[in-house]
Design a protein around this ligand. Structure first.
Ligand code: ATP
Ligand code: MG
Length: 384
């Protein structure tokens, strides 16, 4: 395998905050970066990269430009036109992780099949492509279910919960209406999991099969959006070990070269895999301060063929900063930082729309609970 050393050019597909944090680490190591943003100029990633290519992912000329200047292609999102991977293959440039791993994560139906093939537990589910398949799926799963569009969902978008109907069959017209509301597209119908906790594992894997994780993260969502992460998750040792094992199993099955996040539900002492992302993840942001080697540095090392670093995390917490914090004007940053242990990250987005991820706060402390208290208090001070 070819090892890419600085000042090689890391080609990043995606202009968001995950690409931004990767580009920042890459630059610290002396690499250069080129970003295909998928949209406009001055994107979070593009504005810190050496080269910003502001164009849609399907733009063949832009794709060729990226491949022409990059020594390796990696991704900061999975729901993307894979034409860039073909262009890279034609040019003999490595693509890490490979496009098949992205395809398995970009479509919830493909994702479920890949997870089952990897031998890890998923919630009972059915696929539904029209209202009558939806009715059959709801009847077969018999209980509260989550409807999710097969493609394009994030932050809980494209999802509808249907409560248990008891002995009453769900009316066909009601299901037709829900199907229409979700855009009349292919759906996954999934049994609701009565979870005790939500956790995730962010794992890095090299081409030679070496892996490194950051422990198990515990995640809390508000309105379908990840709100806080604490590490380590409050789990018995054997459940922690099982979660790390599951993440390794999926990473090996998908032959990941790069970083993979596996989101899981904890039900008693059982684990159920919710979904995967073949890239750094929101729940891994605290690794920047909590670990000697962050998820972004691991991604850089893995895609460049370098040995992985130590990802072990000290107890820490992350709180997301969403656009609504700007409702009354610029948040009071200096107030948040009156606690010297608080770290501020802003993604450089100019428009603070409600629900938009604008940045996050991190704190490292003796326990995850103490760290969480401090990031909550700091976030409260932003709008006090
Ligand atoms: P994100 O982009 O934030 O990861 P997403 O839109 O891709 O989210 P999911 O992770 O599938 O969607 O679901 C979002 C949240 O909805 C989950 O973290 C969980 O809180 C809840 N949820 C999803 N599926 C189920 C389920 N089968 N049972 C119970 N809760 C669920
Ligand atoms: Mg999720």
């Amino acid at each position: 395998m070819s090892v890419l050393v600085p000042p090689a050019v890391i080609g990043i597909v995606g202009g968001g905050q995950l690409g931004r944090m990767l580009a920042q680490v890459a630059q610290r190591h002396g690499y250069r970066t080129a970003v295909l943003t998928g949209g406009g100029e001055r994107s979070p990633a593009g504005s810190v990269a050496d080269i910003e290519i502001a164009a849609p992912f399907y733009d063949a000329a832009a794709t060729r430009r990226l491949v022409a200047c990059a020594d390796v292609i990696t991704w900061e999102l999975e729901d993307v036109d894979l034409g860039v991977a073909d262009a890279a293959a034609d040019a003999g440039i490595p693509v890490r992780p490979r496009p098949q791993a992205l395809a398995a994560a970009a479509d919830r139906a493909a994702e479920k099949r890949a997870l089952i093939a990897a031998g890890v537990p998923v919630a009972p589910y059915r696929e539904a492509g029209d209202p009558s398949e939806l009715a059959a799926a709801v009847a077969a799963l018999d209980g509260p279910v989550m409807l999710k569009t097969a493609r394009g969902g994030y932050d809980g978008k494209g999802q509808v919960r249907l409560p248990a109907t008891g002995t009453e069959p769900v009316r066909a017209e009601a299901l037709t209406e829900v199907f229409r509301r979700l855009g009349s597209v292919r759906l996954i119908v999934e049994r609701e999991v009565p979870f005790d906790r939500e956790v995730s594992v962010v794992i890095a894997r090299t081409e030679t099969g070496a892996i490194a994780d950051h422990g198990v993260m515990e995640n809390a969502h508000v309105d379908g959006i990840l709100d806080t992460t604490t590490v380590p998750a409050r789990l018995p040792e054997e459940v922690t070990a099982a979660a790390l094992g599951i993440a390794g199993q999926v990473a090996r099955h998908l032959d990941i070269v790069g970083v993979l996040c596996v989101e899981m539900f904890v039900v008693g002492s059982e684990l159920v895999v919710n979904e995967i992302a073949p890239r750094p993840h929101n729940s891994g942001h605290c690794t920047i301060e909590a670990a000697a080697t962050s998820q972004f540095e691991q991604q850089l090392r893995a895609v460049c063929g370098l040995p992985l670093g130590d990802g072990t995390c000290r107890p820490a917490a992350m709180a997301q900063l969403l656009g609504h914090l700007w409702a009354d004007g610029e948040p009071a940053w200096s107030e948040a930082l009156t606690d010297p242990g608080i770290h501020l990250h802003l993604y450089g987005k100019r428009e603070p729309r409600p629900g938009r991820k604008m940045g996050h706060l991190t704190c490292v402390d003796a326990t995850p609970e103490l760290a969480l208290k401090r990031v909550f208090a700091a976030r409260d001070r932003l709008s006090s």
